[in-house]
Design a binder for this molecule. Structure first.
Ligand SMILES: [Zn+2]
Length: 260
């Protein structure tokens, strides 16, 4: 029987039978894979904690005919804070659901695993508002939908004073915007932010503190751009957007606070 060890992040967990779990992992070497964890819902089972959603761990996988099995598992980062705070959980659910929806099984890309791992790590520290925007735009690039940000997507001409953005993935000049219904204006500040979140080394992103209005504008533009590539609506988006429309006083305070 073929077995292998891999580092992975739990994207999704479903109950299987009386005490088992069906776990969707995004692994460093094989990309997304589904595996059963036998007995993982029993209270003293050693697979119970390492197969919780958002956990980053090391897994021993036994290759099966139809489904793989998780033989052993150890936690690298539990990401407990992501499961205990409503807002963090909503963001983390969106990130993992997006990876699940847009990737095929056992079709790895080199850079998606570190991107996912660092997004969840920043999120745990309360930096999801920026980290999720960096994650979305980089994920689109990894999947082959890299946005054009340096010239007009349509005529390839230089960008003018007024810039527009289309859900088809890029910037437009004023002469071409009429051919792309549903495009939005893109402010200078948000344009700069998008370029940085796409191009900067991941380790440098923690020094970015963008203005709230640029983050909000980018959120709206990215929502249309990501939606354009999705075959079905994400469940986690409704939850996330419900939280974001609450008035500030009623919002969970977990975003900035360390609750451990
Ligand atoms: Zn143009």
């Amino acid at each position: 029987m073929t077995t292998w060890r891999t580092e992975g992040i739990v994207l999704r967990v479903r109950d299987l039978g009386e005490a088992d779990r069906l776990v969707t992992l995004y692994t460093k070497e094989q990309g997304k894979l589904n595996a059963t964890a036998r007995g993982a819902r029993r209270i003293r089972n050693r697979l119970l904690s390492p197969t919780q959603v958002f956990t980053h761990g090391r897994y021993l996988i036994f290759q099966g005919k139809n489904l793989h099995n998780i033989g052993q598992a150890e936690i690298i980062h539990s990401r407990q804070a992501l499961r205990e705070d409503l807002e963090k959980m909503a963001y983390a659910s969106y990130v993992t659901e997006l990876v699940d929806a847009l990737t095929a099984e056992e079709d790895p890309t080199d850079t998606l695993f570190p991107l996912l791992a660092s997004t969840l790590a920043w999120g745990e520290e309360g930096r999801f508002a920026v980290a999720v925007r960096a994650f979305e735009i980089r994920l689109m690039r990894e999947l082959g939908y890299e946005p054009e940000l340096y010239s007009c997507l349509n005529c390839r001409g230089e960008l003018q004073e007024r810039i527009f953005f289309t859900e088809r993935g890029g910037t437009l000049c004023p002469s071409c915007v009429g051919q792309f219904p549903g495009s939005n204006t893109l402010s200078r500040g948000t344009w700069e932010l998008m370029k940085r979140l796409l191009e900067w080394d991941l380790s440098r992103l923690s020094i970015l503190h963008p203005a709230a209005n640029n983050i909000e504008e980018m959120r709206r533009l990215m929502r249309k751009y990501v939606d354009f590539r999705l075959e079905y609506p994400l469940k986690s988006l409704d939850f996330l957007e419900t939280l974001q429309v609450l008035p500030p006083a009623e919002q969970p305070s977990g975003g900035e606070k360390d609750e451990r």
